[in-house]
Design a protein around this ligand. Structure first.
Ligand SMILES: Nc1nc2c(ncn2[C@@H]2O[C@H](COP(=O)(O)OP(=O)(O)OP(=O)(O)O)[C@@H](O)[C@H]2O)c(=O)[nH]1
Ligand SMILES: [Mg+2]
Length: 385
Protein backbone atom coordinates (compact mmCIF):
# COMPACT_ATOMS: atom_id res chain seq x y z
CA UNK A 1 0.00 0.00 0.00
CA UNK A 2 2.85 2.35 0.88
CA UNK A 3 4.19 1.80 -2.61
CA UNK A 4 0.89 2.60 -4.33
CA UNK A 5 0.19 -0.80 -5.87
CA UNK A 6 -3.26 -1.03 -4.39
CA UNK A 7 -5.67 1.61 -5.62
CA UNK A 8 -7.75 3.85 -3.36
CA UNK A 9 -10.96 2.17 -4.40
CA UNK A 10 -9.76 -1.27 -3.31
CA UNK A 11 -8.53 0.11 0.01
CA UNK A 12 -11.89 1.86 0.63
CA UNK A 13 -13.77 -1.29 -0.26
CA UNK A 14 -11.70 -3.37 2.19
CA UNK A 15 -12.14 -0.77 4.93
CA UNK A 16 -15.88 -0.68 4.47
CA UNK A 17 -16.21 -4.47 4.44
CA UNK A 18 -14.18 -4.63 7.67
CA UNK A 19 -16.34 -1.97 9.32
CA UNK A 20 -19.53 -3.73 8.31
CA UNK A 21 -18.38 -6.95 9.93
CA UNK A 22 -17.12 -5.02 12.96
CA UNK A 23 -13.54 -6.07 12.25
CA UNK A 24 -11.85 -2.74 11.82
CA UNK A 25 -8.45 -4.12 12.79
CA UNK A 26 -8.58 -6.50 9.87
CA UNK A 27 -9.04 -3.94 7.13
CA UNK A 28 -5.60 -4.59 5.67
CA UNK A 29 -6.02 -8.35 5.74
CA UNK A 30 -9.23 -7.79 3.74
CA UNK A 31 -7.17 -6.38 0.88
CA UNK A 32 -6.02 -9.90 0.06
CA UNK A 33 -8.84 -11.90 1.62
CA UNK A 34 -11.83 -11.27 -0.61
CA UNK A 35 -14.03 -14.31 -0.21
CA UNK A 36 -17.06 -13.86 2.03
CA UNK A 37 -15.97 -16.78 4.19
CA UNK A 38 -12.43 -15.39 4.47
CA UNK A 39 -13.68 -12.08 5.74
CA UNK A 40 -16.21 -13.56 8.15
CA UNK A 41 -13.75 -16.01 9.63
CA UNK A 42 -10.79 -13.64 9.42
CA UNK A 43 -8.54 -16.18 7.70
CA UNK A 44 -7.09 -16.71 4.23
CA UNK A 45 -8.54 -19.67 2.32
CA UNK A 46 -7.78 -19.08 -1.31
CA UNK A 47 -4.58 -18.08 -3.04
CA UNK A 48 -4.45 -14.44 -4.07
CA UNK A 49 -2.00 -13.28 -6.71
CA UNK A 50 -0.98 -9.66 -6.81
CA UNK A 51 1.76 -7.75 -8.54
CA UNK A 52 4.25 -5.62 -6.72
CA UNK A 53 7.36 -3.75 -7.79
CA UNK A 54 10.45 -2.84 -5.83
CA UNK A 55 13.37 -0.82 -7.13
CA UNK A 56 14.86 -3.95 -8.59
CA UNK A 57 12.17 -6.51 -9.34
CA UNK A 58 8.65 -7.13 -10.54
CA UNK A 59 7.14 -9.50 -7.99
CA UNK A 60 4.05 -11.64 -7.98
CA UNK A 61 2.93 -12.01 -4.39
CA UNK A 62 1.05 -15.22 -3.73
CA UNK A 63 -0.88 -14.82 -0.50
CA UNK A 64 -1.34 -18.33 0.84
CA UNK A 65 -3.44 -19.51 3.78
CA UNK A 66 -1.84 -20.38 7.08
CA UNK A 67 -4.77 -22.31 8.52
CA UNK A 68 -4.23 -26.05 8.43
CA UNK A 69 -7.63 -26.76 6.84
CA UNK A 70 -6.40 -25.12 3.66
CA UNK A 71 -2.89 -26.50 3.55
CA UNK A 72 -3.55 -27.84 0.04
CA UNK A 73 -3.81 -24.26 -1.24
CA UNK A 74 -0.67 -23.33 0.65
CA UNK A 75 1.20 -26.17 -1.06
CA UNK A 76 -0.04 -25.04 -4.49
CA UNK A 77 1.14 -21.51 -3.70
CA UNK A 78 4.50 -22.69 -2.43
CA UNK A 79 5.00 -24.83 -5.53
CA UNK A 80 4.95 -21.67 -7.63
CA UNK A 81 7.19 -19.55 -5.43
CA UNK A 82 10.87 -18.70 -5.86
CA UNK A 83 11.13 -17.27 -2.37
CA UNK A 84 8.88 -17.02 0.67
CA UNK A 85 8.01 -14.49 3.32
CA UNK A 86 6.97 -16.37 6.42
CA UNK A 87 4.93 -14.30 8.86
CA UNK A 88 5.48 -15.39 12.45
CA UNK A 89 3.64 -13.68 15.31
CA UNK A 90 5.75 -12.43 18.21
CA UNK A 91 2.69 -12.18 20.46
CA UNK A 92 2.90 -14.24 23.63
CA UNK A 93 1.48 -17.68 23.01
CA UNK A 94 1.03 -17.24 19.27
CA UNK A 95 4.64 -17.97 18.35
CA UNK A 96 4.59 -20.94 20.72
CA UNK A 97 1.39 -22.30 19.14
CA UNK A 98 2.98 -22.04 15.67
CA UNK A 99 6.01 -24.02 16.80
CA UNK A 100 4.12 -26.73 18.70
CA UNK A 101 4.29 -30.24 17.18
CA UNK A 102 1.10 -29.58 15.19
CA UNK A 103 1.90 -25.89 14.70
CA UNK A 104 1.53 -24.04 11.44
CA UNK A 105 4.88 -22.23 11.46
CA UNK A 106 6.62 -25.56 11.82
CA UNK A 107 4.52 -27.10 9.05
CA UNK A 108 5.04 -24.18 6.67
CA UNK A 109 8.79 -24.36 7.07
CA UNK A 110 8.76 -28.10 6.39
CA UNK A 111 6.55 -27.61 3.33
CA UNK A 112 8.65 -24.71 2.00
CA UNK A 113 11.76 -26.86 2.28
CA UNK A 114 9.99 -29.79 0.63
CA UNK A 115 8.87 -27.56 -2.25
CA UNK A 116 12.47 -26.46 -2.76
CA UNK A 117 12.18 -22.90 -1.49
CA UNK A 118 15.46 -22.01 0.16
CA UNK A 119 15.25 -18.21 0.17
CA UNK A 120 13.09 -17.28 3.12
CA UNK A 121 12.43 -13.94 4.77
CA UNK A 122 10.96 -14.47 8.21
CA UNK A 123 8.85 -11.45 9.17
CA UNK A 124 8.42 -11.49 12.94
CA UNK A 125 5.11 -9.63 13.15
CA UNK A 126 3.05 -8.05 15.93
CA UNK A 127 6.17 -6.57 17.56
CA UNK A 128 3.81 -3.89 18.96
CA UNK A 129 2.06 -6.60 20.96
CA UNK A 130 5.04 -8.13 22.75
CA UNK A 131 5.43 -7.67 26.51
CA UNK A 132 6.79 -5.00 26.82
CA UNK A 133 6.07 -3.68 23.29
CA UNK A 134 8.93 -3.84 20.76
CA UNK A 135 10.88 -6.20 22.96
CA UNK A 136 14.31 -7.03 21.59
CA UNK A 137 14.66 -10.03 23.90
CA UNK A 138 11.46 -11.60 22.57
CA UNK A 139 12.64 -11.07 18.99
CA UNK A 140 16.01 -12.70 19.72
CA UNK A 141 14.31 -15.64 21.40
CA UNK A 142 12.17 -16.21 18.30
CA UNK A 143 15.12 -15.89 15.92
CA UNK A 144 17.14 -18.37 18.00
CA UNK A 145 14.35 -20.94 18.17
CA UNK A 146 13.62 -20.71 14.45
CA UNK A 147 17.30 -20.81 13.51
CA UNK A 148 17.80 -24.02 15.46
CA UNK A 149 14.74 -25.62 13.91
CA UNK A 150 15.51 -24.52 10.37
CA UNK A 151 19.14 -25.67 10.61
CA UNK A 152 17.99 -29.09 11.76
CA UNK A 153 15.74 -29.22 8.75
CA UNK A 154 18.56 -28.51 6.31
CA UNK A 155 17.98 -24.83 5.52
CA UNK A 156 21.10 -22.92 4.59
CA UNK A 157 20.87 -20.02 6.99
CA UNK A 158 22.82 -17.55 4.82
CA UNK A 159 19.73 -17.49 2.56
CA UNK A 160 17.36 -16.90 5.46
CA UNK A 161 16.70 -13.39 6.78
CA UNK A 162 14.82 -12.26 9.87
CA UNK A 163 13.12 -8.90 10.33
CA UNK A 164 10.93 -7.62 13.22
CA UNK A 165 7.88 -5.78 11.87
CA UNK A 166 4.57 -4.18 12.72
CA UNK A 167 2.28 -4.86 9.75
CA UNK A 168 -0.47 -2.22 10.12
CA UNK A 169 2.05 0.63 10.50
CA UNK A 170 4.59 -0.67 7.99
CA UNK A 171 7.44 -0.52 10.53
CA UNK A 172 10.56 -2.23 9.17
CA UNK A 173 8.54 -3.16 6.07
CA UNK A 174 9.05 -0.10 3.89
CA UNK A 175 10.80 2.11 6.45
CA UNK A 176 12.94 1.70 9.56
CA UNK A 177 11.06 1.64 12.84
CA UNK A 178 11.59 4.39 15.39
CA UNK A 179 10.30 1.97 18.02
CA UNK A 180 12.92 -0.67 17.31
CA UNK A 181 16.17 1.27 17.16
CA UNK A 182 17.93 -1.84 18.45
CA UNK A 183 17.34 -3.51 15.06
CA UNK A 184 20.17 -2.77 12.67
CA UNK A 185 19.26 -5.08 9.78
CA UNK A 186 17.46 -4.24 6.53
CA UNK A 187 13.76 -3.55 6.02
CA UNK A 188 11.58 -6.26 4.54
CA UNK A 189 11.53 -4.39 1.24
CA UNK A 190 15.33 -4.22 1.16
CA UNK A 191 15.48 -7.96 1.78
CA UNK A 192 13.11 -8.49 -1.14
CA UNK A 193 15.50 -6.57 -3.36
CA UNK A 194 18.39 -8.69 -2.12
CA UNK A 195 16.74 -11.95 -3.23
CA UNK A 196 18.52 -13.89 -5.90
CA UNK A 197 16.70 -14.34 -9.17
CA UNK A 198 16.48 -18.02 -10.13
CA UNK A 199 17.73 -18.97 -13.60
CA UNK A 200 15.17 -18.77 -16.44
CA UNK A 201 15.30 -22.01 -18.43
CA UNK A 202 14.03 -20.49 -21.71
CA UNK A 203 15.84 -23.10 -23.85
CA UNK A 204 13.98 -26.05 -22.37
CA UNK A 205 10.68 -27.33 -23.80
CA UNK A 206 7.59 -25.39 -22.72
CA UNK A 207 5.99 -26.58 -19.46
CA UNK A 208 3.10 -24.81 -17.73
CA UNK A 209 1.54 -26.72 -14.84
CA UNK A 210 -2.09 -25.62 -14.74
CA UNK A 211 -3.32 -24.17 -11.49
CA UNK A 212 -6.89 -23.33 -12.42
CA UNK A 213 -9.06 -23.17 -15.55
CA UNK A 214 -11.63 -20.45 -16.11
CA UNK A 215 -14.31 -20.02 -18.71
CA UNK A 216 -14.88 -16.32 -19.17
CA UNK A 217 -17.90 -15.16 -21.12
CA UNK A 218 -16.96 -13.28 -24.24
CA UNK A 219 -13.39 -14.53 -23.97
CA UNK A 220 -13.44 -18.32 -23.70
CA UNK A 221 -11.25 -20.81 -21.93
CA UNK A 222 -8.46 -19.31 -19.82
CA UNK A 223 -6.06 -21.70 -18.09
CA UNK A 224 -3.92 -20.11 -15.39
CA UNK A 225 -0.49 -21.23 -14.25
CA UNK A 226 3.15 -20.42 -13.99
CA UNK A 227 5.57 -20.97 -16.86
CA UNK A 228 8.27 -23.27 -15.48
CA UNK A 229 10.38 -23.75 -18.61
CA UNK A 230 10.37 -22.57 -22.21
CA UNK A 231 8.61 -19.63 -23.82
CA UNK A 232 4.93 -19.20 -24.72
CA UNK A 233 3.95 -16.78 -27.48
CA UNK A 234 0.61 -15.54 -28.76
CA UNK A 235 -0.31 -17.64 -31.83
CA UNK A 236 1.56 -20.73 -30.56
CA UNK A 237 -0.06 -24.14 -30.50
CA UNK A 238 -0.09 -25.82 -27.10
CA UNK A 239 -0.96 -29.33 -26.06
CA UNK A 240 -2.56 -30.13 -22.70
CA UNK A 241 -1.46 -33.39 -21.14
CA UNK A 242 -2.60 -35.97 -20.24
CA UNK A 243 -5.75 -35.32 -22.31
CA UNK A 244 -3.62 -34.64 -25.38
CA UNK A 245 -5.79 -31.87 -26.84
CA UNK A 246 -4.16 -29.15 -28.90
CA UNK A 247 -5.25 -25.52 -28.80
CA UNK A 248 -4.11 -22.17 -30.11
CA UNK A 249 -3.02 -19.34 -27.84
CA UNK A 250 -5.03 -16.19 -28.58
CA UNK A 251 -3.80 -13.93 -25.81
CA UNK A 252 -1.61 -13.95 -22.72
CA UNK A 253 -2.07 -11.80 -19.64
CA UNK A 254 -0.31 -11.29 -16.36
CA UNK A 255 -2.16 -9.30 -13.72
CA UNK A 256 -4.54 -7.87 -16.34
CA UNK A 257 -1.66 -6.71 -18.52
CA UNK A 258 -1.47 -8.16 -22.00
CA UNK A 259 1.84 -9.68 -23.07
CA UNK A 260 3.13 -11.12 -26.35
CA UNK A 261 5.18 -13.82 -24.71
CA UNK A 262 5.64 -15.40 -21.31
CA UNK A 263 8.84 -16.77 -19.81
CA UNK A 264 9.78 -18.96 -16.84
CA UNK A 265 8.56 -17.39 -13.61
CA UNK A 266 5.65 -15.55 -15.24
CA UNK A 267 2.25 -16.21 -13.65
CA UNK A 268 -0.16 -16.02 -16.54
CA UNK A 269 -3.64 -16.59 -17.75
CA UNK A 270 -3.81 -17.50 -21.43
CA UNK A 271 -6.85 -17.64 -23.63
CA UNK A 272 -6.93 -20.74 -25.84
CA UNK A 273 -9.09 -21.81 -28.75
CA UNK A 274 -9.63 -25.52 -29.42
CA UNK A 275 -10.28 -26.97 -25.98
CA UNK A 276 -13.18 -26.81 -23.58
CA UNK A 277 -12.97 -26.00 -19.89
CA UNK A 278 -13.91 -29.56 -18.97
CA UNK A 279 -10.92 -30.94 -20.91
CA UNK A 280 -8.33 -29.41 -18.62
CA UNK A 281 -7.88 -29.55 -14.89
CA UNK A 282 -5.59 -28.36 -12.13
CA UNK A 283 -2.46 -30.47 -12.25
CA UNK A 284 -2.44 -30.89 -16.03
CA UNK A 285 0.59 -29.60 -17.89
CA UNK A 286 0.62 -27.50 -21.06
CA UNK A 287 3.54 -27.82 -23.45
CA UNK A 288 4.49 -27.51 -27.06
CA UNK A 289 3.04 -30.17 -29.44
CA UNK A 290 6.59 -30.62 -30.80
CA UNK A 291 7.91 -31.61 -27.40
CA UNK A 292 4.83 -32.54 -25.37
CA UNK A 293 4.99 -33.16 -21.62
CA UNK A 294 5.44 -36.88 -21.13
CA UNK A 295 3.02 -38.93 -19.10
CA UNK A 296 4.41 -41.71 -16.94
CA UNK A 297 2.89 -44.37 -14.75
CA UNK A 298 6.08 -44.91 -12.85
CA UNK A 299 8.70 -42.65 -11.47
CA UNK A 300 10.96 -42.01 -8.56
CA UNK A 301 11.18 -38.97 -6.40
CA UNK A 302 11.93 -37.53 -3.06
CA UNK A 303 8.91 -38.08 -0.87
CA UNK A 304 8.24 -36.44 2.46
CA UNK A 305 5.06 -37.68 4.09
CA UNK A 306 3.72 -34.91 6.30
CA UNK A 307 1.70 -35.05 9.45
CA UNK A 308 -1.60 -35.11 7.56
CA UNK A 309 -0.70 -38.34 5.83
CA UNK A 310 1.31 -40.18 8.43
CA UNK A 311 3.65 -42.99 7.52
CA UNK A 312 4.39 -44.23 4.04
CA UNK A 313 4.98 -47.94 3.59
CA UNK A 314 6.85 -49.75 0.90
CA UNK A 315 4.13 -51.37 -1.12
CA UNK A 316 1.44 -49.32 0.56
CA UNK A 317 -1.08 -47.52 -1.53
CA UNK A 318 -2.77 -44.20 -1.16
CA UNK A 319 -5.22 -42.27 -3.21
CA UNK A 320 -5.38 -38.58 -3.79
CA UNK A 321 -8.10 -36.23 -4.97
CA UNK A 322 -5.79 -34.70 -7.54
CA UNK A 323 -5.73 -37.26 -10.27
CA UNK A 324 -2.11 -36.65 -11.23
CA UNK A 325 -1.20 -38.45 -8.03
CA UNK A 326 -3.87 -41.13 -8.06
CA UNK A 327 -3.14 -44.22 -6.06
CA UNK A 328 0.55 -43.95 -5.68
CA UNK A 329 2.21 -47.20 -4.88
CA UNK A 330 5.41 -46.75 -3.01
CA UNK A 331 8.03 -49.16 -4.25
CA UNK A 332 11.37 -49.82 -2.72
CA UNK A 333 12.85 -46.87 -0.99
CA UNK A 334 16.23 -46.46 -2.52
CA UNK A 335 17.62 -44.07 0.00
CA UNK A 336 16.74 -42.09 3.03
CA UNK A 337 17.37 -38.79 4.65
CA UNK A 338 16.32 -40.12 7.97
CA UNK A 339 17.52 -37.41 10.30
CA UNK A 340 18.37 -39.90 12.98
CA UNK A 341 20.89 -41.31 10.50
CA UNK A 342 18.76 -44.41 10.03
CA UNK A 343 18.67 -47.31 7.62
CA UNK A 344 19.35 -47.13 3.92
CA UNK A 345 16.15 -48.79 2.74
CA UNK A 346 13.55 -48.47 5.45
CA UNK A 347 10.23 -50.22 4.97
CA UNK A 348 8.45 -47.18 6.32
CA UNK A 349 8.97 -43.47 5.90
CA UNK A 350 7.80 -41.91 9.12
CA UNK A 351 6.18 -38.53 9.43
CA UNK A 352 8.89 -35.86 9.46
CA UNK A 353 11.38 -37.99 7.50
CA UNK A 354 11.93 -38.07 3.80
CA UNK A 355 13.55 -40.39 1.31
CA UNK A 356 13.75 -41.48 -2.30
CA UNK A 357 10.94 -43.74 -3.32
CA UNK A 358 9.90 -45.44 -6.47
CA UNK A 359 6.25 -44.81 -7.09
CA UNK A 360 3.70 -46.19 -9.46
CA UNK A 361 0.19 -45.10 -10.26
CA UNK A 362 -2.30 -47.94 -9.88
CA UNK A 363 -4.44 -46.40 -12.58
CA UNK A 364 -3.03 -44.89 -15.67
CA UNK A 365 -3.14 -41.14 -15.97
CA UNK A 366 -6.52 -39.76 -16.91
CA UNK A 367 -7.48 -40.61 -20.40
CA UNK A 368 -10.94 -40.93 -21.81
CA UNK A 369 -10.99 -44.60 -20.85
CA UNK A 370 -10.23 -43.90 -17.21
CA UNK A 371 -12.75 -42.93 -14.60
CA UNK A 372 -12.13 -39.59 -13.05
CA UNK A 373 -11.73 -39.22 -9.29
CA UNK A 374 -13.94 -36.34 -8.10
CA UNK A 375 -11.82 -33.27 -7.50
CA UNK A 376 -13.39 -32.58 -4.14
CA UNK A 377 -12.43 -35.92 -2.65
CA UNK A 378 -10.16 -35.48 0.32
CA UNK A 379 -6.77 -37.08 0.63
CA UNK A 380 -7.55 -40.50 1.98
CA UNK A 381 -5.53 -43.08 3.76
CA UNK A 382 -5.95 -46.62 2.47
CA UNK A 383 -5.13 -49.82 4.26
CA UNK A 384 -2.09 -49.39 6.39
CA UNK A 385 -0.32 -47.44 3.64
N1 LIG B 1 -1.20 -5.14 16.22
C1 LIG B 1 -0.84 -5.85 15.15
N2 LIG B 1 -1.77 -6.59 14.52
C2 LIG B 1 -1.39 -7.31 13.44
C3 LIG B 1 -0.04 -7.31 12.94
N3 LIG B 1 0.02 -8.13 11.87
C4 LIG B 1 -1.23 -8.61 11.68
N4 LIG B 1 -2.08 -8.13 12.62
C5 LIG B 1 -3.51 -8.45 12.76
O1 LIG B 1 -3.68 -9.84 12.91
C6 LIG B 1 -4.86 -10.29 12.27
C7 LIG B 1 -4.56 -11.43 11.31
O2 LIG B 1 -3.82 -10.92 10.22
P1 LIG B 1 -3.83 -11.61 8.79
O3 LIG B 1 -3.08 -10.74 7.86
O4 LIG B 1 -5.23 -12.01 8.42
O5 LIG B 1 -2.99 -12.92 9.13
P2 LIG B 1 -2.58 -14.10 8.13
O6 LIG B 1 -1.24 -14.57 8.53
O7 LIG B 1 -2.79 -13.66 6.72
O8 LIG B 1 -3.63 -15.23 8.52
P3 LIG B 1 -4.10 -16.48 7.59
O9 LIG B 1 -4.02 -16.00 6.20
O10 LIG B 1 -5.47 -16.82 8.02
O11 LIG B 1 -3.12 -17.55 7.88
C8 LIG B 1 -5.46 -9.06 11.60
O12 LIG B 1 -6.46 -8.55 12.43
C9 LIG B 1 -4.29 -8.10 11.51
O13 LIG B 1 -4.69 -6.75 11.53
C10 LIG B 1 0.91 -6.50 13.66
O14 LIG B 1 2.10 -6.42 13.31
N5 LIG B 1 0.46 -5.80 14.73
MG1 LIG C 1 -3.86 -14.25 5.18
Amino acid sequence: MDRGFIDEKTIKEAEEAAKKLGKDSEKYAFLLDRLKEERERGITINLTFMKFETKKYFFTIIDAPGHRDFVKNMITGASQADAAILAVSAKKGEFEAGMSPEGQTREHLILAKTMGIDQIIVAVTKMDLTEPPYDEKRYKEIVDTLTKFMKSFGFKMDKVKFVPVVSPTGENITRKSENMKWYTGSTLEEYLDALEMPPKPVDKPLRIPIQEVYSISGVGVVPVGRVETGVLKVGDKVVFMPVGKVAEVRSIETHHTKMDKAEPGDNIGFNVRGVEKKDIKRGDVAGSPNAPPTVARQGSGHLAPDCHLGRLHSGGSRSYGERSLQNLRAGRQTGSEDRSGGREEPAVLEDGRSGHSQVQADQGPRGREIQRVPATRKVRHEGHG
